[in-house]
Design a protein around this ligand. Structure first.
Ligand code: PLP
Length: 228
């Protein structure tokens, strides 16, 4: 097992190379380390190596690993499906919920955050791959979702997320990311400057995602190793 710090350095090098190839600045792409199924010790090691943003896909697991008072510059994003009965806990714990995929969840999060001092950043998930189940199915439903987010003063719409197909077919992966940039264009045409964040790209496809405009890559395996 390579050390986590070496793995982070290697991933950051690849991000830099992909940015250079795409004529982008490396500062445009944030690295989110996906620590699901990995221990608090591994998170601490990554934090010591400079990683500040972590992604978890389950509320319960994240709550066991991260406590609000020790966050100290650390940020956690929820990247997995959220059930309404866990929404309250999620709002307390996460700095951003990336996987918002339906109108009732928007309304639930909106009512839970109504009296918060700082609005909760959220991303809307777009469904772009056959083998994924979650996400708004098309641009029209997504635009409806964005409008709904704007109706809640406790929510701050920041952009879109997607999961590309779990495959080696570069064409279909690229098509998935292009569907997101097309959706970003449609959202921006309707609501100017509202959609700066594109969370797309995982261990197997983040270089393609960066070439296609990703501003946040979510990397688990390439940093922490295989999940048991
Ligand atoms: C697990 C997960 C990742 C990270 O996947 P890796 O292939 O291990 O990099 C990224 N995004 C989401 C939504 C995930 O569930």
């Amino acid at each position: 097992m390579p050390k986590i710090s070496d793995a982070i350095e290697r991933v950051q090098g690849k991000i830099a190379d992909a940015c250079a190839r795409a004529g982008r600045s490396q500062t445009e792409v944030r690295l989110c380390g996906v620590s699901k199924f990995h221990s608090k010790d591994e998170v601490d090691e990554a934090f010591s190596a400079g990683l500040r943003l972590f992604g978890e896909n389950r509320v319960q697991e994240a709550a066991e690993k991260f406590t609000a008072q020790e966050k100290n510059g650390l940020r956690i994003h929820l990247i997995g499906g959220l059930q309404r009965n866990k929404a309250k806990r999620a709002v307390e714990l996460f700095d951003c919920i990336q996987s918002v995929d339906r109108l009732p969840l928007i309304d639930e999060l909106g009512s839970l955050t109504r009296d918060k001092q700082n609005p909760l950043p959220i991303l809307l998930e777009l469904h772009t791959a056959e083998d994924s189940k979650s996400g708004f199915p098309d641009i029209d439903s997504l635009l409806f979702g964005v409008e709904r987010v704007f109706s809640h003063r406790g929510l701050l719409f920041q952009g879109l997320m997607t999961m590309a197909p779990n495959s080696n077919d570069e064409k279909s992966i690229r098509a998935s990311f292009r569907a997101v940039t097309a959706a970003q264009k449609a959202v921006s045409a309707r609501f100017p400057n509202s959609c700066p964040v594109l969370s797309m790209g995982m261990s197997n496809d983040f270089e393609i995602a960066i070439e296609e405009g990703s501003t946040m890559v979510r990397i688990g395996t390439a940093i922490f190793g295989r999940r048991l």
